[in-house]
Design a protein around this ligand. Sequence first.
Ligand code: GDP
Ligand code: MG
Length: 705
Amino acid sequence: MQKEITVALVGNPNCGKTSLFNALTGLNHKVSNFAGTTVEKKTGETKLSAGVKAQIIDLPGTYSLYPKSADELVTYEILRNKAENNYPDLVIFIADASNLKRNLLLFSQVADLGVPIILCLNMMDVAERKGIRYDLKLLEKELGVPIFAINARKQEGIDNIKSALLNDKLRITAQYYNLDHVNAKMLDEICKATDKRNKYAALQFAINASSLLSEKAQRIIKLFEKYSFDTRKFQEDEILSRYHIIETTVRNARLKNTSQLKNSLTHKVDEILTHRYWGIGIFLVLLLLVFQAMFSWSSYPMDFVEYIFGLISNYIETQMPKGILNDLMVQGILAGLSGVMIFLPQIIILFLFIAILEDVGYMARVGFMMDRIMRPFGMNGKSIVPLISGMACAVPSIMASRNIENKKERLITILVTPLMSCSARLPVYTLLIGMLIPDTAKWGPFNVHGLVLMLMYLIGFVAAIFSAWIFKFFIKQKQKNYFIMELPSYKMPVFSNLMITLYEKAGAFVWGAGKIIVAVSVVLWVLASTGPHGNIAKVEQKFASTINNDTIPETLREEAKLQMNSQKLEASYAGEFGKMIEPAIRPLGFDWKIGIALLTSLAAREVFVGTMSTIYSVNDDGGEETFSNIKTKMQAEINSQTGKPSYSLATILSLMIFYAFALQCMSTIAVVKKETHSNKWPIIQFVYMTVLAYASSFLVFTIFT
Ligand code: GDP
Ligand code: MG
């Protein structure tokens, strides 16, 4: 008489299931669909002995027993339906030995369903190449199930598996995750409600079913409510506990060799760097150091850039014939260019640190450590990478969010990333902070500028986290998923890699943002030097007699010149524009000049500085149009209505907050539109950030006035 057993191949995608399937069944298989789905079902037969045949099912790859896709659902359905005839007598779990930790997560879940299971370690050759070796006897002992090492591609070790299938003694079940912390009465009721004896299988089925709308689901949901059982928390605990068990097991079974030594060191370092509290403290200190470095290291290169541009504009101004072309070159194009280049040193330093931390392997740890923190805010540990690189520029960061699998978490990350203080805000903050606090101010060993700047970065981060938390309630969750991240080993950063990254990022800033900045700078120059009804000419006429009168002292004539320029600007198109929106921004403490800057900043935030330099440096004689020049002029500005400085503490703070929150970046809007395939999300993002900016600025201005 023929005896037939059913064997299911289960494992993560690409671990070699199909290869093993082919090795076991040869050509002896047929392809159909799983009932009611379009998912391909492959079944094949293999003869184990004269009297025993095995039906092998090649299941689609899956990462977790909480299914997200049709493929995963099929695997889950087969494994849970004990009553049905294709329920396996035995599961062959195939694990990629070079990635054991991640693979064993699903393994432990499947085993806990109570189905007999054997573990096949595939890809041993790949593991070997990576220098990973296991004590298989020890692993077998720790996991409590039979283990076979195979190479599915080369069909090595297949016979061992065939004889294992024949051996009834090897039909072993194992249990890993302990349910003691779950209310026992509830578990009993869940078992009854789901017709299952295995408690984990019942609970797991109930959790999956509770997201459906069936009658059964309603009963289960009521049960969960009765015992105030939080499914999400349970699942998180489950994943973390499983990882904990697996981590220990895998570590113990890993063979000691030279790389083992290094690994235990890695492990020790990781225990500190990813520590619940220490880890985060270290991360914050690192950030602080980065910002301090950004401030102090960049001053010489910035001076140098300034000096070079001073030379160039001086040369052009004196060598080219006076006139409109000269003005365009010096006040339009060169002013814009220097506005781009002056921030290159800071951006390079920031990118350098991010690149080093990433290369060393630290960023992955930050992601791992942050997962616990990010989850309550609707994001996951992987969100920290876009968020942190958002401190450089939101555009590449939003693109970097692609590797977040969960749609909701990804969308939230995209929506809040522009709140992180990007490098385009840096010039704005630098200018404004500089107006509040002298450059040299120290607080203990720290530069006060650096501290205030760090505060602005923190404000951005807190706003991002808070907005994410709000979005969590408004964006529907369509899928569940868990953070699975392998921690890479620490390594020395590769100099050439760093340089390439730096070159690309700096290039992206210069060419991407630079184009817009120069273009806007030119447009602005046009708007600021021309006006309606020949008003500008009228202003010039009015002052001509004073300025050209040699008998009036030099200082008075200079004064008159400054006033003329200010009035000329007011008479220009740009001035008209700013005045038009002034009523709307007056409650924030902004005048029409800031109004001009706000509008031009819609192109990109850093244009603010260029705008201010154009607005305030129309009468720049030496052509050495420096940062401190703009600053001095802004500080000297007197509000003609109040007779007080235009830039009071309240106005400057309000302005800083506005720039912290408003989405003034065309490139970001374009990228969000592309990444979300919609108009809806960029619009929502623009609106919520503008509202947030306006409300916060209003609040700040009101408080500090
Ligand atoms: P499945 O997605 O789990 O069905 O995986 P496949 O059987 O399709 O295998 C994925 C890839 O891994 C294929 O290119 C296989 O040739 C390769 N592969 C399978 N087993 C091994 C192995 O033991 N060693 C190596 N180096 N490659 C393997
Ligand atoms: Mg396959």
